[in-house]
Design a protein around this ligand. Structure first.
Ligand code: NAD
Ligand code: UDP
Ligand code: UDP
Length: 362
């Protein structure tokens, strides 16, 4: 492929730089879809710092230019406002496909009526309802059409494609902890299914392009991740608790607070994604921190970190909420030589000043 030859030649003058897990690879031309978002922007930082050329594609649905502003003016960085639901032509070596409306506010509340009535003081018109509905449809479209387009792009130019799938593919799991061989327990008609099933379809498409069109693919199943630049108001538990503690509001614990999650610091995830991309393994690989916490325990860590006088307010839980979640990362440890290094108590303080600054700006 002449285009690929051109790409590789243009990199000949560059030095070899290390990536995590000790793998040495030459700098690449990389696309990061969803690169203006939380995880994507940290990935972009790391790719640029190791010498790659990076193109970000983002429609700014939940992403923000502020997350990337420090790279504006860098000739190795480019930001394109584009919706991955539409086709695009680019010439690159690597595609990290992160674009996805990942925030639970857009799909999780049950039923939608509850949002309109219970939040009517803050979001008091049908406008909000309409935008919510279009985002719901768009979530599924992004996972299906967006992934298809990026796989079509990978096929045409011979690029390697990495899908950021999710632990949500395991649904409300009946085995614990979850291994990659577990097929999951997902409600196909539930309120979360546009996300869960959207990602499951994206995994299917990825494997079909791999088997049917010889596209080099990688699949990461990401478990709950936190850190600076998380959306403040997208309803995820860590961002909710941290913002609530800073605003001196009660921490909202849904249900009895005994459900568990395992929280990974974003820098660990970025290392895992890059190690996977440059490895010889397709996956899927669980990327998560096996440290498991109930939501009540998480609230205690947030209190200890930010405000010991913070109070807790119990709220009704949402439908189909997984009861427990914890990654088995044996496979990633063995094959990618990757494991998370930062515990929740170490990682949580690292996001507080970013949140304090953004809450002050509100
Ligand atoms: P995020 O919302 O911060 O980032 C997603 C980005 O995708 C945003 O910048 C958004 O504007 C962009 N986007 C959405 N739809 C798009 C479209 N149609 N075209 C172009 N851009 C679009 O979320 P995140 O937490 O950074 O998540 C990144 C990826 O990791 C997602 O695929 C998500 O499903 C996956 N993931 C994240 C977690 C987590 O805990 N953060 C857990 C599991 C999986
Ligand atoms: N596609 C793209 N950029 C490319 C090549 C393909 O966006 O460089 C899109 C293309 O528009 C199509 C999708 O990827 O909708 C799947 O492409 P593929 O070639 O696999 O399928 P086909 O076009 O034959 O249906
Ligand atoms: N949760 C909570 N309070 C909140 C937000 C979420 O107790 O303010 C709970 C939620 O019910 C779930 C867990 O925290 O059991 C994780 O929710 P999140 O949306 O962060 O991630 P996911 O459910 O996708 O794992």
């Amino acid at each position: 492929n002449p285009l690929l030859l051109l790409n590789h030649n243009s990199h000949n003058h560059r030095h070899l730089l290390p990536v995590p897990a000790g793998v040495r690879v030459p700098p690449r031309r990389v696309v990061v879809t969803g690169g203006a978002g939380f995880v994507g922007s940290h990935l972009v930082d790391k790719l640029l710092s190791r010498g790659d050329d990076v193109i970000v594609i983002d429609n700014f649905f939940t992403g923000r230019k502020e997350n990337l502003v420090h790279h504006f003016g860098n000739p190795r960085f480019e930001l394109i406002r584009h919706d991955v639901v539409e086709p695009i032509l680019l010439e690159v070596d690597r595609i990290y496909h992160l674009a996805c409306p990942a925030s639970p506010v857009h799909y999780k509340y049950n039923p939608i009526k509850t949002i309109i009535s219970s939040s009517s003081t803050e979001r008091n018109d049908t406008h909000y309802f309409m935008s919510l509905r279009s985002k719901l449809n768009h979530g599924y479209k992004t996972n299906v059409m967006g992934t298809l387009n990026m796989l079509g792009l990978a096929k045409r130019i011979g690029a390697r494609f990495l899908l950021t799938s999710t632990s949500e593919v395991y649904g409300d799991p009946l085995v614990h902890p979850q291994k990659e061989t577990y097929w999951g327990n997902v409600n196909p008609i539930g309120v979360r299914s546009c996300y869960d099933e959207g990602k499951r379809t994206a995994e299917t498409l990825t494997m079909d392009y791999h088997r049917g069109a010889d596209v080099e693919v990688r699949i990461a199943r990401i478990f709950n991740t936190y850190g600076p630049r998380m959306c403040i108001d997208d309803g995820r538990v860590v961002s909710n608790f941290v913002a609530q503690a800073i605003r001196k509001q009660p921490l909202t614990v849904y249900g009895d607070g005994k459900q568990t999650r395992s929280f990974q610091y974003v820098a660990d995830l970025v290392d895992g994604l890059m190690a996977l991309m440059e490895s010889e393994h397709v996956g899927p690989f669980n990327l998560g921190n096996p440290g498991e916490f109930t939501m009540l325990e998480l609230a205690e860590v947030v209190k200890d970190t930010i405000d010991p006088s913070a109070t807790i307010e119990f709220k009704e839980n949402t439908a189909d909420d997984p009861h427990m979640r914890k990654p088995d990362i044996t496979k990633a440890k063995e094959l990618l030589h990757w494991e998370p290094k930062i515990s929740l108590r170490e990682g949580l303080p690292l996001m507080v000043s970013d949140f304090q600054k953004r809450v002050l700006e509100e």
